[in-house]
Design a protein around this ligand. Structure first.
Ligand SMILES: Nc1ncnc2c1ncn2[C@@H]1O[C@H](COP(=O)(O)OP(=O)(O)OP(=O)(O)O)[C@@H](O)[C@H]1O
Length: 349
């Protein structure tokens, strides 16, 4: 459990946040300037907030000097010592314990004799995370750890971060403005706007809340559903089961039985009043509209219930009117199999 209450007045900007999150990855999510990094710094104690209350696993750390807080902090840039090998970077600040399991978890065993200058951005970031973990922190803060990496490197490092979430057993505070990252990693999302918490809750709930869509952006808005791999078909499709039935997606390289989380973007869902026939899209699920929210432009975001899960669909206001979309509307959501990108599928933890 992580409990955070911070108040601080900068000139022209006030931070006032209060949240509690269970074990796992807690994402501080919001646009640039929302105050995410300031919260992380206040938790770490490097920003002396006017008021700060921070508890990790029930123990208050806000009264402790920075080193005694035992927080591992990883920045956007890895900040490794360039003249030291990876091994010595990892040894630096180590507080006993064994290097092996962490090296293995982060897949950096082959890099130990290299200097940081000979690492890719993703490799260097994994080493920086390893160094932070070896200091045996009680809390790990990752502040936009992927922001400086290109898409290929981000895709490479995300599975390691999923392992970190599922294996390390300490709370992780993850600062990010990327909804794709938090959809993959976060257990809890703290959505921030202008120095305040506008919504906090389990990731799937927050991402499918139409009120959070303005800070995500309509192009990136989407819901998160948990699925189980049911079968791999000969034609290259994978069948997944979820609370609303079956979802067919292009081959997902996970074994049958694996629990996954899939982000389905609002713009990849089409709505139909009756079950459509003779269309190419393979996934058609019965849905009920729960809430509608007008976008800034011609679009409307529709929150839908599908089985026990929530979905978001983005349609034009014109279509919403023509279809008489309103809370309680019953119809069908159509999801094109190929619309779900591989990067939107991750381990459920
Ligand atoms: N030391 C400071 N003095 C005055 N204002 C500050 C200071 N640090 C941060 N701020 C202000 O606080 C606000 C939040 O900044 P912060 O860096 O926490 O936001 P953020 O959500 O992490 O954004 P980004 O993703 O751009 O880093 C900004 O308006 C910033 O200008």
């Amino acid at each position: 459990m992580l409990e955070v209450r911070i108040k601080h007045a900068f000139q022209g900007f006030t931070l006032d946040v209060d949240f509690e999150a269970p074990t796992g990855v807690t994402a501080l999510f919001g646009r640039s300037g929302a105050g995410k990094t300031s919260v992380a710094k206040a938790v770490a104690g490097v920003l002396h907030a006017d008021e700060a209350r921070v508890k990790v696993a029930g123990g208050a750390i806000d009264g402790l000097p920075v080193p005694r807080r035992r927080i591992g902090y990883v920045f956007q840039e890895p900040r490794l010592f360039p003249h030291m090998s990876v091994r010595n970077n990892l040894r630096y600040g180590m507080r006993g314990g064994a290097m092996g399991p962490i090296v293995e978890m982060l897949g950096i065993g082959d890099l130990l004799d290299r200097r940081p200058g000979a690492l890719s951005g993703g490799e260097a970031q994994r080493v920086a995370i390893g160094r932070a973990l070896l200091s045996q922190p009680r809390l790990l803060i990752l502040d936009e750890p992927l922001a400086a990496l290109d898409d290929a490197r981000k895709a490479e490092i995300l599975p390691y971060l999923e392992r970190l979430r599922d294996d390390v057993g300490i709370p992780i505070l993850y600062v990010s403005h990327s909804v794709a990252e938090i959809a993959r990693l976060a257990t809890t999302v703290v959505a921030m706007e202008a120095g305040r918490v506008m919504r906090v809750g389990p990731t799937a709930e927050v991402l499918s809340d139409p009120d959070v869509v303005p800070i995500i952006g309509v192009r990136e808005a989407g819901a998160l559903v948990e699925v189980t791999v049911a079968a791999h078909h000969d034609d290259g499709l994978t069948a997944l089961t979820w609370s609303a039935g079956e979802l067919l997606l292009p081959h997902v390289s996970q074994p049958v039985g694996a629990r996954l989380r899939v982000r389905i973007e609002a713009q990849d869902i089409m709505l139909a009043a009756s079950r459509p026939e003779g269309i190419s899209a393979l996934n058609v699920v019965p849905v009920t509209a729960i809430a509608l929210r007008d976008g800034a432009g011609p679009g409307v975001i529709v929150q839908l219930r599908a089985g026990d899960d929530l979905l978001l669909a983005r349609v034009t206001g014109r279509s919403a009117k023509a279809m008489a979309l309103a809370p309680g509307w019953q119809g069908f959501a159509v999801v094109k199999s190929v619309a779900v990108a591989a990067g939107n599928i991750g381990s459920a933890g």
